[in-house]
Design a protein around this ligand. Structure first.
Ligand code: ZN
Length: 272
């Protein structure tokens, strides 16, 4: 697959983006508050928006792990990305966090949803789909996002797994495609707990599966399961990452944060 994408943005929107970044940088330097949702602005010429539905920071069992919700945890893990503005968005924000201007100036959209998929508007889903398909925006779906409306729209399939079990299963995640950009610097690692998503995963055949996994069940049995899958959808790139259950601290782990930083760079449309 070609590394080059056609740029989704004209030069004009690049300039606007850079100008708004400059003002944000000035504000940050002057000690002023950043715009709402902007976690990291300095030097950013590209924008990644991390969206979550706002339940993990409310529900018992997950709010202890993600008191600031999952979008903030994921965004904090992206701070090492050079040249990126990192923004959080949530369902209760105006326009569900992604008005036309923000979405049109988003290079990569990361999505975590679980209980509120149905509340996401069809209009937003269609706009996301078009941004990916016709303009090359990257989309990264995390864990229970497999049933999120934008992900299902992009895949065009049921997106179901065979089963969903959080029973103390652990997982060994292995780098299956070490040459893949998403695996850059990533070593095999384990998660002591994972919600087991049993194959088959009803999605189109991926272009690549850079990360594979083997579940270890409490009874000692093992079962394979894909952990990181890549597709090209129209002009855009899509990555799905299987871990990320709301009661586990996956998004604070350096290995997961590295994978997501790599995935953002991989999913981004070409700068040229
Ligand atoms: Zn889950």
């Amino acid at each position: 697959m070609s590394k080059k994408h056609s740029s989704p943005f004209g030069n004009q929107s690049r300039l606007i983006s850079r100008r708004s970044m400059l003002s944000l940088t000035v504000a940050a330097t002057a000690g002023l508050a950043l715009a709402p949702g902007v976690v990291r602005a300095a030097g950013g010429t590209r924008r990644v928006v991390v969206w979550s539905e706002g339940t993990a920071n409310v529900d018992k069992g997950s709010k202890e792990v993600y008191p600031n919700d999952i979008n903030k945890a994921v965004a904090d893990g992206l701070q090492g990305l050079a040249g990126w503005e990192v923004v959080t968005a949530t369902l209760s924000d105006p326009a569900q966090g992604l008005d036309a201007d923000r979405l049109d100036h988003t290079d990569v959209l990361i999505w975590w949803g679980h209980k509120k998929h149905a509340e996401v508007s069809d209009d937003l889903v269609n706009r996301i789909d078009q941004r990916v398909r016709t303009q090359g925006m990257g989309f990264i779906g995390l864990h229970s996002t497999h049933f999120a409306k934008p992900f299902k729209k992009l895949m065009g399939t049921a997106c179901s797994w065979r089963e969903y079990v959080a029973d103390g299963t652990s997982v060994k995640i292995s780098v299956k495609a070490p040459e893949h950009p998403i695996c850059k610097g990533v070593k095999d690692f384990s998660l002591p707990k994972i919600e087991r998503y049993g194959e088959p995963f009803k999605v189109p055949t991926p272009d690549a599966v850079p990360l594979d996994g083997v579940y270890l069940k409490p009874n000692g049995a093992t079962e394979p399961g894909r952990m990181g899958l890549c597709w090209t959808i129209g002009k855009g790139r899509v990555f799905y990452f299987t871990p990320g259950h709301e009661t586990y601290n996956d998004f604070f782990l350096p290995e997961v944060q590295l994978i997501l930083r790599n995935a953002v760079e991989w999913a981004a449309p070409s700068k040229s």
